[in-house]
Design a protein around this ligand. Structure first.
Ligand code: GAR
Length: 208
């Protein structure tokens, strides 16, 4: 039974999608804890209602990022995870933290990486005249929103789209690809070769 810890900062809809698919599809895994850096993160309520352990490491209590990262790492390690999943976790994590979980730390970002790391991805994609946008699940490296890509979704831009309509369509795909990537990880179906991640069974790593 693989142990998954999920980190959220807010709504936590990707966390919910993972919890639900894990339970409904009977993965040999369990979401053992949901951690947040804000006590008011809505995702915590969902986790509590599901009987999942929760913890808050409030970033405002730490003057230095390294101290926050260390406290977060200690809180995570209490749950002895095989995999740590960033699901809308909106704090930048330092290199030491990233090294500590190297190879077992996943993130989702709402763009076709390496395009548009950071904030306001949909607005920036529209401003750039992109004809397609999407989301990426990737292994985390020390560089923000960067790292070996596990799976991507591609969403066409429609005439009249604004950042909200695009965000909603991309989010719907996030709820498919993130559980898929987590399942592949816990079932040992991912193979890493430098920047390249292969799905061992040859399953498609793009959702169109
Ligand atoms: C998602 O769209 C996720 O891709 C994004 O935050 C949202 C969280 O929603 N993450 C990032 O921008 C990371 N750089 P959720 O809390 O409902 O899962």
């Amino acid at each position: 039974m693989k142990r998954i810890v999920i980190l959220v900062s807010g709504r936590g809809s990707n966390m919910q999608a993972i919890v639900e698919r894990c339970a409904a599809d009977g993965w040999a895994a369990a979401v053992v804890a949901v951690l947040a850096n804000r006590p008011d993160a809505a995702g915590l309520d969902f986790a509590r209602a599901r009987g999942i352990a929760t913890a808050v490491v409030d970033h405002r209590a730490y003057a230095e990022r390294a101290a926050f990262d260390a406290a977060l790492g200690a809180a995570i390690d209490r749950f002895a995870p095989d995999l740590v999943v960033l699901a809308g976790f909106m704090r930048i994590l330092g290199p030491e933290f990233v090294r500590r979980y190297e190879g077992r730390l996943l993130n989702i970002h709402p763009s076709l990486l390496p395009a548009f790391p950071g904030l306001h991805t949909h607005r920036r994609a529209l401003e750039a005249g992109c004809k397609a946008v999407g989301a990426s699940v990737h292994f985390v490296t020390a560089e923000l929103d960067h790292g070996p890509i596990v799976v991507q979704s591609v969403v066409p831009v429609r005439p009249g789209d604004d950042e909200h309509s695009l965000a909603a369509r991309v989010l719907a795909t996030e709820h498919i690809i993130y559980p898929l990537a987590v399942r592949w990880f816990v079932e040992d179906r991912l193979e890493r070769d430098g920047a390249l991640v292969r799905q061992r069974d040859g399953a498609s790593q793009v959702l169109m």
